[in-house]
Design a protein around this ligand. Structure first.
Ligand code: APR
Length: 175
């Protein structure tokens, strides 16, 4: 079974096959980790996102779905863009947050990635409390790995701040 690991650090510096971006439905960049990925990865990522918008997703990427692009100048080979739920827009945002993780791993396997790094999706601008998000994210990844047996080697959560790092560490230790 693939390993789930928790780290504190910068997602853009991870030496993995694919990093997951906490994007918005426009796929045209933003702040937070989305901004960091585009800044560090360079214009090739935005160009690939624009192509996706003009072909597969002309109305934008729906919440809970995921698409892959080149990672440009990042150490990773792919960026998997997913759109997390805005916490206050849903009575129960957990299934959508779960979908972000399951769909991102499905896309990772599709492109042939063996190692994947996630940020704390929806836990910044989108307002998802880390203590609620962490167990949902860890359970979603653990369940997806059981389905995708043997197709992935490592799924890494890379948390930027202490609070989310502690929340993910606690969620993983509780499993
Ligand atoms: N590496 C790892 N994690 C990071 C980094 C980084 N370089 N930069 C920010 N983060 C963390 C934030 O601290 C937060 O815990 O990523 C988590 C997700 O926060 P956001 O990036 O704000 O993402 P989200 O809450 O999903 O909101 C998405 O924000 O940036 C815009 O375009 C994006 O509109 C979209 C919205």
């Amino acid at each position: 079974m693939a390993e789930i690991t928790v780290h504190q650090g910068d997602l853009t510096r991870q030496r993995v096959d694919a990093v997951v971006n906490a994007a918005n439905s426009s796929l045209l960049g933003g702040g937070g980790v989305d901004g960091a990925i585009h800044r560090a990865g360079g214009p090739a990522i935005l160009a690939a996102c624009r192509r996706i918008r003009s072909t597969d997703w002309p109305e934008g990427l729906p919440t809970g779905r995921a698409v892959a692009t080149t990672a440009g100048d990042l150490p990773a080979r792919w960026v998997i863009h997913t759109v997390g739920p805005v916490y206050d827009h849903h009575d129960d945002p957990a299934p959508l947050l779960r979908s972000c993780h399951v769909e991102s791993l499905r896309v990772a396997v599709e492109v042939g990635a063996r190692t994947v790094a996630f940020p704390a999706i929806s836990c910044g601008v989108y307002g998802y409390p880390v203590d609620e998000a962490a167990p949902v994210a860890v359970a979603a990844v653990a369940d997806a790995l059981a389905e995708l047996a043997g197709r992935l080697d490592e799924v890494r959560f890379v948390l930027f701040d202490d609070a989310s790092h502690r929340a993910w560490r606690a969620a993983l230790d509780r499993r």
